[in-house]
Ligand binder design. Sequence first.
Ligand SMILES: [Zn+2]
Length: 620
Amino acid sequence: MGFIRLLYTSLFVLLATTLLSAQSTYWQQSVKYNMDVDFDVNKHQFTGDQTIIYTNNSPDTLTRIFYHLYFNAFQPNSMMDIRSRTIRDADSRVADRISGLKPNEIGYQEVESLTQDGTPAPYVVAGTILEVELPNAILPGASTELKMKFRGQVPLQIRRSGRDNREGISYSMAQWYPKLAEYDYQGWHANPYIAREFHGIWGDFDVNITIDKDYLVGGTGYLQNKEEIGGTYNDGKPGTATGKTRTYRFSAPMVHDFMWAADPDYKHTTLTRADGNVLHFYYQEGDATTTNWELLPGIMDKAFEFINANYGYYPYKKYSFIQGGDGGMEYPMGTLITGERSLNSLVGVSVHELMHSWYQMVLATNESLYAWMDEGFTSYASDEVMNYLRQEGLIQGDVVADPHLSDVTGFLNFVKSGMEEPLSIHADHFSTNAAYGVGSYVKGSLFLYQLQYILGQETFKSGLLRYFNTWKFKHPNPNDVIRVMEKESGLELDWFKEYFVYTTRLPDYGIEGVEEGEKKKTTVVQLKNSGTMPMPVDITVTMVNGDKEYYTIPLGIMRGAKQAEGGKTYQVAPDWPWTNPTYELTLDTAIKRISSIEIDDSRRMLDTDRSNNSWKADDK
Ligand SMILES: [Zn+2]
């Protein structure tokens, strides 16, 4: 008995410990890249030597491994080409352009040799994915060395990376090297590249790029050999390197990708911020660029100040705004943006891509699965940054009280088109580019805006900061951001995540009637949810004398309520059970004292029909 009992007890303890650790132990793979790249600017080709130290921090034994070979997408009949030629609303930057690429215009990444710890590793190229059978399985906790020789050709620019973009920038080098696919708690993410979204392994990059001496190179990471390169990289002093080429040695600690760009005509300026963070700007001088690019550094200095204070402190000491690419795209410690823009447009794209340093480059969500967590959160914060810059008089435009309100109307209009799809769809698999775009950028931003409504402005704001500080340098998922918000507010919020992310349901609250209560000096407001999603309901009662009273009706499943925000105190009404279509709110005020009653006068809640949201005494 004693023995059996002991056995049971230890089994139980063992089981409990295992379960506990499976739920609470976060792990992520780690990687160290060392790359030497030799670039030929005449052929637009390069060769590379890559050494990767890969550490398997997962509890699983890995027998295979995958690399992304993104440049292979830029070949006629690739998945990206077919997708672009068959989707209903193709991106005009891609359209059918890949199908017309000539052999010297296509992109490719070719593997010349691959070894694991010195043993040749067999591999198969499947479009943009390299499938590798490992000679030696990687055990949990073990590290392995992967050595590769590769060569590549830079495609004529179609999307994001490539050569000779429409503004004449020679090389926009993103997704240019064989990049290990990420393995996490959801398994492998060896997604074929069809034009959007990335997910990478956290690690350190040392990248040495050898290129014609006339080209200036900027990119992710800190330049290690400023004296050799000289010029704008070393206070105008001539570089010590000689010969026809220059080797730029970059080191980037704790990032999950590496981008660079090169052009013989780059003008390169820097601004050192008060905290030592150095901002770099690279652009081709001209009528369409110079004036605005000279104003950009001062404006971005102010943007950094506001962003650091509100969304978490930028953890690197360098950021580069580089003219290149095909619009704007975010990378670790820098961005590639087109540069021939009005000042407002240049600042807009710069702020958006910079904001991605928080939502994607530091809070590295899997963009393929949760594009809305980086595009949406970035859009949310960018709207506030832009409003601040307008307020400071640094860019033109009207300062608005709430920069998120316009998203509500925009989104509800899109919903009417019938094209909306749930946020939970994999970014590559949305039926239309429009559904992906509105879902990721707008509904993703509204995800935060709805939380701001549910939690109240101050609690939400501190929650967003807590999210950054809890999850920086990791891969947060939707549950992680919701859990942080739950801890910050003390409210249960799983219902919100489930409705908002996995469905397209929305609430539609309305006032059905207002009448004198049975008890003297009370008023009863009859409310109804005609929609398909529950939400807590804020009610503003305006008295005849102009005074206002604020009520909030929490959902029972929130297990709590918003108490106050923005100087307002809410009277917390009894819970509204989500099963009940209707609800009666009793006000301790005689009806004759009331001038009007309105549901959510902040207009933040995504209510599909606001026509029935208010009642006026005159309407009786
Ligand atoms: Zn973005």
